[in-house]
Design a protein around this ligand. Sequence first.
Ligand SMILES: *Cc1c(COP(=O)(O)O)cnc(C)c1O
Length: 399
Amino acid sequence: MQTTLEPQTSFEVNDNGFYGRFGGAFIPEMLYPNVEELRQNYRQIIDDPAFQAEFWQLLEDYVGRPTPLFHAKRLSAQVGATVYLKREDLCHTGAHKVNNTIGQILVAQRLGKERIVAETGAGQHGVATATVCALMGLECIVYMGEIDMERQKPNVDRMRMLGAEVRPATSGSKTLKDATNEAMRHWINNPVDTHYIIGSVVGPHPYPDMVARFQSVISEEIRKQLFAKTGRENPDYVVACVGGGSNAAGAFYHFLHEPMVRLVAAEAAGLGVSSGHSAATTALGKPGVLHGSRTILMQTEDGQVTEPYSISAGLDYPGIGPLHAHLFDSGRGEFYAITDDESIQAGFNLTKLEGIIPAIETAHALAALPKMNLQPTDVVVVCLSGRGDKDLATYSKYL
Ligand SMILES: *Cc1c(COP(=O)(O)O)cnc(C)c1O
């Protein structure tokens, strides 16, 4: 499937919502009015200077942006290159996800919506959504897989404390994919007063593009900060983990059309790519339609979605967003599959070397570094998507 990169290849979404042969809006008829309302309005809303001003003010005063770009000297010495960490773990609520929920709650307000519905895997997106709903005084309903509710109990309590109603998804594997189905069903039944906040660059157009635009603040800051520190705007590599792909999309965004910047995505291999317990989508998947967009997803011979597995709830998803499918398909992105054990080791390694406990999702990105054949002159930016406090119970099993 991998083809050579043509210089003219675009990584922007086209008018029909496609990135190459991926994307679009494959939705049931009953969802059409909701998605169409959003599609017709989102660019105009986002590009409005008053929206931009409010968005950036909240990112600054509420989220705590810009997040630092930290030169990790001991990690650099270990991997034999210059490594910077983009500290999204320092965002309010502990991960990059709030960048998107701030943007989407402002869109929902401008569309006159009164209620927010969302899905969540690790609970991070649910917390980020419940947080902005509290901030803006909107009703919030979050669907979460029953198994994820057990794995991430503190985040369930956080959401409830923030005033959200957390509803368990009890079908299928009882994880993120099922929560997403339930949230979409809810939206179909409540089209007029409800906005659905998707937590990653997945779902029908315009979601992948809208979420990528909100998260692109990450690479916008990286460029400025790297220039201030090194005199160059472009690193040699940008590395990020990919569940649905929103932190990666945000970290890659302003480098998509800079061919000298290599874009590295780390997927969750679980117990191993061919173990039958994995979430390494590009290694195992084929093109198909998942949650409203044509992308690459893990599926059986006859097209049934395969149950994914990863130690990290945030990467436990059978697909990737259409932008990433296109990055893989075109060869613009380089994809690594990282096992549970490799990610845990990378998490402990960063903690010991730099005093930063990363989310286990994030640790997958760090585990890619030793596999990248880095040279001493290379400048690498790793998107440190979130902090590991929520994963302490999992880490402590390895202590
Ligand atoms: C949710 C999450 C991810 C995965 O989501 P993406 O949309 O792929 O970014 C990665 N890291 C952290 C810390 C998360 O909370």
